[in-house]
Design a protein around this ligand. Structure first.
Ligand code: NDP
Ligand code: OXD
Length: 311
């Protein structure tokens, strides 16, 4: 009998229980106990969310793996009490959500929608037309599961897509770069820059003052990745100087973003409350169940986190 412990916020359990049971039954993993509470010494697998508050894995003496419901694992990856494999979430629901958020916000800025939505002042500016997507460069920093899904959509819409990752990549329609020099080249063309890097010691402040200076005048930043990818003060400075045209931010160093934070009231910042891509029970449950099935069958689990690289 396997014991599976769900550790998200209590209000998430009713949403996840039925989809998880359905996916576990479909995966034919054999008899199991699935609950949001269990004797730690009996737990085989933890279905983990950082919102659940679990930080000390020491009491889980028979644990086989921790399966994250989140794509980003920065809250758990360096945890010394975690001594078993950790998987992260890669699934259709997260990808579709992120593609829709990124595409929507890219098109907002590409088409200059704000001018028409917010400035209906009786002036007919028929001569101000947006360029075609084929003439717009969009950079994506991070070409993993989500970055690639977004790149594919933006390529399909005809944007000139530049991408940056840790290692070299070849993706149809995307000009791929890596390494420090690669970052400089990508930023130089980044009229719209989408951040989809994980939060690791190597990615912190990827957009610092020097990096922001490399971007074209009026560039737009979209950050659905993680708050620490950007140096907040440097961002405010470059927005105030007019060098950066706008920043649409979904993630922050502190969440929820405190009401007094200057981002809320800045005229050239749009705040969305970490909603770019939500973990959805129906699609994530099948990924969790398949990984348990694999591990029980002695097959390698998918989406294993590299504890050294921290993503
Ligand atoms: P992946 O792990 O699949 O991809 C990460 C990408 O970042 C890879 O291309 C990787 O390069 C690249 N990368 C990592 N470190 C570096 C580095 N030092 N320099 C350059 N590139 C680097 O992650 P996902 O695409 O699944 O998710 C990305 C992030 O999106 C998550 O970590 C999370 O923070 C965020 N997220 C936000 C959500 C939201 O609602 N706002 C929802 C879900 C995720 P390489 O390919 O060479 O390994
Ligand atoms: C995630 C997130 O990492 O929701 O999955 O940010």
């Amino acid at each position: 009998m396997l014991t599976l412990l769900f550790t998200d916020r209590p209000q998430r359990w009713p949403k996840f229980e039925a989809p998880l049971r359905a996916a576990l039954d479909a995966a034919c993993i054999g008899p199991y106990r699935l609950s949001d509470s269990a004797d730690p010494a009996e737990v085989d697998y933890i279905i983990f969310s950082p919102s659940g508050g679990l930080r000390d894995f020491t009491p889980f003496t028979n644990l086989k793996a921790v399966l994250s419901l989140w794509a980003g694992v920065e809250s758990i990856v360096g945890n010394d009490t975690l001594r078993v494999p950790l998987t992260r979430m890669v699934d259709q629901g997260l990808s579709e959500g992120m593609v829709e958020w990124v595409t929507g916000h890219v098109l907002r800025h590409h088409l200059g929608m704000d001018q028409h939505i917010l400035e209906q002042d009786g002036v007919w500016r028929g001569h101000v037309t947006p360029p075609l997507a084929r003439d717009r460069q969009v950079a994506i920093l991070g070409l993993g599961a989500l970055g690639q899904a977004c790149a594919k959509m933006l390529v399909a819409l005809n944007f000139q897509v530049l991408g940056w990752s840790r290692g070299p990549k070849s993706i149809p329609g995307v000009s791929c770069f890596h390494g420090e020099d690669g970052l400089r080249e990508v930023l130089a063309g980044a009229e719209i820059c989408v951040l989809l890097l994980p939060n690791t010691p190597h990615t912190e402040d990827t957009l610092d003052a020097a990096a922001l200076r490399l971007m074209p005048q009026g560039a737009v930043i979209l950050n659905p990745g993680r708050g620490p990818l950007i140096d907040d003060d440097a961002l405010l400075e470059s927005l105030n100087s007019g060098h950066i045209g706008h920043a649409t931010l979904d993630v922050f160093r502190q969440e929820p973003l405190p009401p007094e934070h200057p981002f809320w009231s800045h005229p050239r910042i749009t705040v969305t409350p970490h909603i770019a891509a939500e973990t959805r029970a129906a699609t994530t449950a099948t990924v969790i169940a398949e990984n348990i099935r694999r591990n029980e069958a002695g097959e390698p689990m998918r989406f294993l986190v590299d504890r050294d690289l921290q993503y």
